[in-house]
Design a binder for this molecule. Sequence first.
Ligand code: GH3
Ligand code: MG
Ligand code: MG
Ligand code: MG
Length: 309
Amino acid sequence: YLLKDSAASVSYLVPLLQRLQANTHHKAMVVDDSTMIRRHLVNLLERQNLSVIQAENGCEAINLLAEHPDVTLIITDNDMPKKDGITMTREIRRMYSRNQIAILGLSGSSDNSMTAQYLKAGANDFLYKPFNQEEFYCRIHHMLNMKDTSDKLYKMANQDTLTGLWNRRYFFNQQCDKGCQHRNIAMMDIDFFKKVNDTYGHDGGDAVLIHVSRLIQAHFEDAVVARFGGEEFCIQACGSFSHFQQRLEQLRVDIEALYIPYLDNTINVTMSIGAVSGAAQSHAIDDMLRTADDHLYYAKEHGRNQVVA
Ligand code: GH3
Ligand code: MG
Ligand code: MG
Ligand code: MG
């Protein structure tokens, strides 16, 4: 019996310890009008390696959330002055999905419909107060595991694994900001990339893709940069087209000047770029891409290593 018990407790501890280390990137917010309960909850969460901020009611929580967009978990009471937990949950759900911010509702009420009310408002989970500490931890861990899994899936679905850039799927799902008047798109393709692969092998080609991606990203930090295919990249940015063209020209010059270390060699490539702009709200992204692609083709046909708009 002893053996069986200790084996069981060990297998339970391992995932819990892994979870503790994994928690450090999560920030929690505790919302309760009782200072004593807040302190208790903060203490429980800090023991799980979470960093915690606090709010006294739903209004304060929503304001605080604007200042701390890195909050991924909210533990909230329901009965509070100014704004109750259920109303707050409903309002937060208009801005953030269950996968972006996990919400655990709490209530000391004897009303047995609280669970349904919270879940309908968009909470991930619910507990009546007073709660059992182990149950609280189990629910928190479950919510954080779900959040991490969903983040991982999101990355796998939207990011290119070699370069870390966004992929085609993500690119097409992007909409311009409301304040954006002009949408600019650039389609680019590395020149004679096949020759890089033939000369240095596939790994040499990959090194080029990684370095060139970093350079594009550094030049266009404020834009959506995606890898479309093998050695084909796409940029989507808001603002003046002439400024966009200047930035593309600077990028082209910097790629030309880039000497990529690979084994005992340095590899140098150039880029052909096709650019286009349109009114942000009215132009369909695939029409713009087609035009950008035509401009890119023109650049390829007319000597490569140039920006065509
Ligand atoms: P052009 O100047 O006309 O663009 O010529 P190019 O040689 O760059 O064009 P082409 O489309 O013929 O060659 C692209 C090559 O990119 C072919 C393919 O084997 C290679 N490629 C595609 N994906 C990858 C990748 O992930 N890694 C590496 N190393 N090569 C890749
Ligand atoms: Mg209360
Ligand atoms: Mg090419
Ligand atoms: Mg190509």
